[in-house]
Design a protein around this ligand. Structure first.
Ligand SMILES: Nc1ncnc2c1ncn2[C@@H]1O[C@H](COP(=O)(O)OP(=O)(O)OP(=O)(O)O)[C@@H](O)[C@H]1O
Ligand SMILES: [Mg+2]
Length: 307
């Protein structure tokens, strides 16, 4: 049984502009599971980014809740043993063990559709909107990692320092951070000489891989990626997808938004969002290169969704 990392109940988000209320997310009940590579697809404006922001505490829901399970690195009361270290996950493949003492009891859940046999246990977690501002900041920085379509790095700082700056918000042990950053850089194929460069001196594909390192520096339980290949050429996009796939194989949970089917087939769970609601879900199993059956299954799912 998979462990639940995040759960939403009746999650709704509305925006008001020009006196008109727009319901962007509508009563979403969703569970995200440890170790999954979850992909969110849907037309432009369907609410994908809004959903990511709500899941990760970057934005607050209008109604409903987001509950997270487990502790955050750097949080008072958390301790190292309750968290796996993503650097070791990078090098030790096949680590799919369950963890997180606070997630246990089985509970039936309403899930969008399909196979319920692999569904998880309900988190005895905390509702994000109940957190104090300090706790919320810790949640955002250490439970969640982010990779965006455009990676914004600070120009006056080297690539390495950009990553360390994100790490130092959570962990003051600079030496340990440097070691972790080096391991992650190696895992994404960013050489030492590139680590010393400044953001304007690296390519878009390199910047995106630096963004992944920055997103993972605090060993987040979930890495959120919003169209991480959207601004890249085909070769760089493939490198980023391969990197995300490798991290996921090593146990890193990933939630990625994409418009691209080639990217989407890296996921083992595809959610299709339409007009702010989850219209359907497709379970593919873990990515295997050249898996034609997987491609066909995803194609027919997307066709069914009206993509
Ligand atoms: N801060 C905001 N204020 C008002 N409306 C907003 C705000 N953020 C998002 N919206 C609206 O919510 C809807 C969904 O936006 P969202 O960015 O989540 O879509 P998306 O599915 O990520 O689209 P895309 O694929 O183009 O990135 C859009 O109509 C958008 O204009
Ligand atoms: Mg978006």
């Amino acid at each position: 049984m998979k462990e639940i990392l995040l759960r939403t109940e009746n999650l709704s988000k509305s925006f008001s502009s020009g006196g008109i209320l727009q319901h962007v997310l509508k009563n979403i009940d969703l569970e995200l599971y440890d170790g999954d590579f979850t992909v969110i697809m849907g037309a432009s404006g369907a609410g994908k980014s809004t959903l990511l922001y709500a899941l990760s505490g970057m934005d607050t829901p209008t109604l409903g809740t987001v509950t997270f399970c487990g502790t955050c690195a750097g949080e008072a009361g958390s301790h190292g043993a309750s968290r796996r270290d993503a650097a070791s996950r990078v090098v030790s493949s096949g680590d799919a063990g369950s963890h997180g003492a606070s997630c246990r009891d089985a509970a039936s859940r309403v899930v969008p559709s399909g196979d319920t046999s692999s569904r998880g246990s309900a988190p005895h977690g905390r509702i994000i909107s109940d957190l104090t501002p300090d706790q919320l900041a810790v949640f955002r920085r250490s439970f969640c990692g982010f990779v965006f379509q455009q990676i914004y790095l600070i120009d006056g700082m080297s690539v390495m320092d950009n990553v360390l700056a994100a790490g130092l918000l959570v962990n003051k042990d600079r030496k340990a951070l440097v070691n972790r950053a080096r391991e992650l850089f190696q895992a994404v194929g960013i050489l030492e000489e590139t680590q010393r460069k400044f953001p304007t001196q690296i390519s878009g594909g390199e910047a995106q891989r630096v963004g992944i390192v920055r997103g993972l520096i605090n060993s987040p339980r979930i890495l959120f990626a919003d169209e991480p290949t959207g601004a890249l050429n085909s070769k760089s996009g493939l490198e980023v997808l391969d990197t995300l796939t490798r991290f996921n194989r090593s146990g890193q949970s990933v939630v990625m938004v994409t418009h691209d089917m080639r990217s989407a087939r890296r996921g083992n769970r595809i959610l299709y969002l339409k007009d702010g609601a989850i219209l359907g879900e497709c379970l593919l199993g873990k990515y295997e290169h050249g898996d034609e059956e997987r491609h066909d299954k995803l194609s027919s799912f997307l066709e069914q969704m009206g993509w």
